[in-house]
Structure formats: structure tokens, C-alpha cells
Design a protein around this ligand. Structure first.
Ligand code: ZN
Length: 350
């Protein structure tokens, strides 16, 4: 355990539910874990005992990626775990493939409404359709503008055209909207929607005062820092500012809130973790600013922030993240942003 993690408390210790197995974490609330085909090899989903129109069953928060391994684990959960009880509603915290991958599959199978925010619903639909602007190839000119010239890397990124649809075979065609501050009754428990920005368009976390539980999605994770990227579809975005501002909303919740994150283990120590995340980004921002005494592109910044070999998948996140830090400094007036005669955008101290 790293020293930062040691400042958090893990009430379930090292216990992790095996694929297809259900672990209760609070009354009427269960934890399941699904495999992922990445370096980040799992996602946590949350089952909530529910009752809709007189029917008893369960609702789920997030779905897992559209892979055979996740479908197999779901079959086990639905069969043995829930003993044949139906899923009544399918909630999604946000549109990333590990969260909405099987949303269409689950929602169709149980005729269960799909509940998420308008921002996440729209982006999930756009990306599942691989619309120009949000598909793999759209990233190429974006990254070229920010200094990427390695032809092998560019080729690999070009070949990722179907990355999102390959993990998200379908997204429901209609949805039930969640908005910031909404109170959603799930079974016997009231949950409040807390929207967050910077990681995805309109991320929905859920907080229950009664249970003192926060389903944090990807907004607050115990071990890794949430990816915050500037993407091709919003090339002048300032997602790091949005993310850091969004974190402030969670500091209104009690320090001893049980946090159920999408990755890692349930933990207590919400305020401590938020302070760690603020420190982490402040340190990165200071490094990036110091490096920009000379003109630097986002590609120049990547090795400073990520001191290891990156494949195309990791590089696209790393570049987006480097750009997010550069853009915050640019929008704060600390850096100037301009395009050179080679077509590359570079940043320098203002
Ligand atoms: Zn995510």
C-alpha cells in the first residue's frame, strides 16, 4: 500500500468479490466486480434492492464492458446471486465503455429503464454510433496539432476507430434523465444525484444520507487519480478546472462517508482523498508551469508527467491529461498558447 492509500480506511480490508459473486456492503446494497481487458483490470458495480410499480427486484449502477467475460459474470449474478430476481432499472454514472458497455443488453433483457444524465446519454449515443468528431480518427489531427509526429503511434491511433463500439455494442434509445440535486428513491432508500464535470460530460454520483454512502463513480477513486483529458471534440476545453471545482461538492459530505468507487476498494476518508487529489494536481501544475520557461507542446510535457513507456491507448490518455494541465494554466493566465509555423500549438510562460 502506498503512503497516500495508508491514510484511507478500507472497512472491508482486502476482501474483493470474485467475478459473479455478490458482496453486501450496506443494507440492500451489494458490490459486484467485473473484469476489464485493460491495465485497469476491473470495475465495481453496485446492486440496490428496488421496488418499481409493485415489482420487487434490484437496480444496478453501471453495467460493465460489452465483453464475453462480463456477460458470463452477469449470468452468474443474475442466476445464482439474485436467484432469478429481475433488474428493474439500469443506472449509469457516465458514458465510458466500462460503465455503459452492457446498458443496452441489460435494459433490453429486463425492459428496465436506463437512467443517466442528458450529457452522458448524448455522448454514449454519439460514441456508440462512432460519429465523426468523437470516433478514433478524430483524435489524429488533434494530437498532431499538439506535437505528435511518431508515425507508428499515429497509425495505431487511427486503427482505434471502433474502440468504443467494440466495448459498447448498444446503448438504450431512450432514457430517464438524472439532474443535479434530484432525489431518486431506490427501494427503501433516498439517493441524491451529485453531478460532476471534467472526467466526462455530466457524471452522476449518488449519495444516500441515510446510509451515509456515496457511489462516487470515477469522480473520486482511492488509489489512482481520475483521468481528466482535453479531447478532440472540445479542443479548447478546461476539464481540470471543471474537475477540481466539482470535487468541492463532495467536501460537503461527511468525512466518514462510505465511498463506493468504480475502481479500487470501498473506503472511508473522503476529505483526505480529495485533499490528496488537490495536492496531486497542484504538484503537476507546478511542474508543467516550470517546464514552460521554454516553449513546450503537450507531447513535450507527457514524459514529465508520465515517466514510463506508453502504448497508443495510454498515450492518448496521457496526452489528453498533459493538455488538461496546460489548458488550466493557459486559462488562468499563467501560460500563453500559440501555434507555430509547423502547425504545432505550444505553450510558454505568460
Ligand atoms: Zn470514466
Amino acid at each position: 500500500m502506498n503512503p497516500l492509500e495508508a491514510q484511507l480506511h478500507y472497512p472491508f480490508g482486502d476482501t474483493i468479490p470474485a467475478p459473479g459473486v455478490i458482496q453486501e456492503v450496506a443494507p440492500g446494497l451489494a458490490w459486484i466486480r467485473m473484469p476489464l481487458p485493460f491495465a485497469l483490470d476491473h470495475i465495481n458495480l453496485w446492486l440496490l434492492r428496488d421496488e418499481v410499480e409493485g415489482r420487487a427486484g434490484w437496480s444496478v449502477v453501471d453495467c460493465g464492458a460489452g465483453t464475453d467475460a462480463t456477460r458470463a459474470a452477469w449470468e452468474q449474478v443474475l442466476g445464482q446471486g439474485l436467484g432469478g430476481a429481475p433488474l428493474l432499472r439500469v443506472f449509469a454514472t457516465h458514458c465510458h465503455p466500462d460503465h455503459v458497455g452492457l446498458s443496452g443488453w441489460l435494459s433490453d433483457r429486463f425492459d428496465a429503464p436506463f437512467c443517466t444524465t442528458a450529457g452522458e446519454f448524448a455522448f454514449a449515443r454519439m460514441m456508440a454510433a462512432a460519429l465523426p468528431g468523437v470516433d478514433g480518427p478524430s483524435a489524429i489531427p488533434h494530437f498532431e496539432r499538439h506535437g505528435l509526429v511518431d508515425p507508428a503511434m499515429l497509425d495505431q491511433m487511427r486503427s482505434r476507430k471502433t474502440y468504443y463500439p467494440s466495448l459498447v455494442p448498444s446503448v438504450p434509445e431512450a432514457y430517464t434523465r438524472l439532474q443535479d440535486g434530484d432525489r431518486v428513491r431506490i427501494g427503501a432508500t433516498d439517493w441524491r444525484v451529485i453531478t460532476g464535470f471534467g472526467h466526462s460530460p455530466e457524471h452522476a454520483a449518488l449519495y444516500s444520507e441515510e446510509l451515509n454512502v456515496l457511489i462516487s463513480g470515477d469522480m473520486v477513486l482511492p488509489r489512482i487519480s481520475t483521468n481528466v483529458s482535453v479531447f478532440a471534440v472540445e479542443p479548447e476545453g478546461n476539464p481540470l478546472e471543471l474537475y477540481l471545482e466539482s470535487l468541492k461538492k463532495f467536501t460537503n459530505l461527511p468525512e466518514d462517508t462510505l465511498v463506493l468507487p468504480s475502481h479500487g476498494k470501498p473506503f472511508r476518508g473522503l476529505h483526505t482523498r480529495i485533499a490528496q487529489l488537490h495536492d496531486h494536481h497542484a504538484a503537476r501544475l507546478a511542474e508543467v508551469l516550470a517546464a514552460c520557461v521554454e516553449r513546450k507542446s503537450a507531447v513535450d510535457i507527457v514524459p514529465l508527467m508520465f515517466r514510463r513507456q506508453l502504448d497508443a491507448h495510454q498515450l492518448s490518455f496521457a496526452l489528453g491529461e498533459a493538455l488538461a494541465h496546460l489548458h488550466k494554466l493557459w486559462r488562468d493566465g499563467m501560460l500563453r498558447r500559440s501555434r507555430d509555423s509547423d502547425g504545432v500549438i505550444r505553450f510558454q510562460l505568460a
